[in-house]
Design a binder for this molecule. Sequence first.
Ligand code: PBG
Ligand code: ZN
Length: 351
Amino acid sequence: MLKKITLLKLILMMQSFKAGFPQIRMRRLRKIKTLRNLIAEEHVDLSSLVMPLFVREGLIGREKIDSMPGQERLSIDELVKEVSNLLEVGVKSILLFGIPSRKDDYGSSAYSRDGVVQKAIREVKKNFGDDVLVISDICLCQYTSHGHCGIVVEKNGRKIVDNDTTLEVLSKIALSHAEAGVDIVAPSDMMDGRVGVIRRSLDEEGYTDVAIMSYSVKYASSLYGPFRDAAHSSPRFGDRRSYQMDPRNIREALREVELDIVEGVDIVMVKPASWYLDVISLVKKNFKIPLAAYSVSGEYTMIKLMAEKGLVDEKQAVWEQLHSIKRAGADIIITYYAKEYARWVKDGLIS
Ligand code: PBG
Ligand code: ZN
């Protein structure tokens, strides 16, 4: 095989030498847009996009998020309107984050039957039924007074995020969302064993059809900065490095995904996306399971701020970012640009 290719190359080289110009011209297929579109290897389908939304308890109307220009916290009423706007432009999946009005050390408002996310799920499902796919984030950081993704206990005079106590709370949260009618639960806490525990409690309560999309590979990233401002979820002490992954590691990503699969996950996720394209690509190569990539708040705000300063063509930048994430191997892209991108596509402003 190798020999054949080399021989072919040689013949071609000799031919072009004889003719005095190269016969193979890569630029031929780049000449016009229709042709470029014809041979494009990747396409971003609107049905693969997921729009994250923030719903805030007690809020009336909408509230701008300073750290993420163009994004807003929503009341439940506004959330319903927003879902209708999304459906209109062709985005049919949402990822819900709740911002409660009450926090405590145990994050108990996260699993209350009348919590903000539970109410939001019910309201959205009541209005749109199966026209919209509702995914809910399962975590504690917006609900705990210390802002960590799990239950904090003191061990040998040191505060630690306790894995196994957290698991019980996570399954309570997942159950309360399932009860409200969610389609997919998405645990983002990075505790060990959470997928298995959540799967078992869902099954025991009869929610065998509620899927789990795990934040399987979640790095301890600086790119979450704008989100923590948006969701009021910054840790009050320390950082998340004892549970989220070290950005230097990639082998570990394969172990995380493998474990989630063993525990019964339905969709795996890599997060963040743009700085971790190698990870997306490796997970894609190694596992036959739907793969989501989360283009996080920092990725969004970077482009927004550059665009605001006139340093980048926003539409082109987003188009390039989304196609790169696809090219790396993501089936699903979670992005704060979902609505705007869909609108640009609908208005014929990008293709
Ligand atoms: C909470 C959570 C975070 C994000 C999603 N779920 C932040 C964090 O780990 O602090 C990040 C999303 C983003 O930056 O867009 N567990
Ligand atoms: Zn969290």
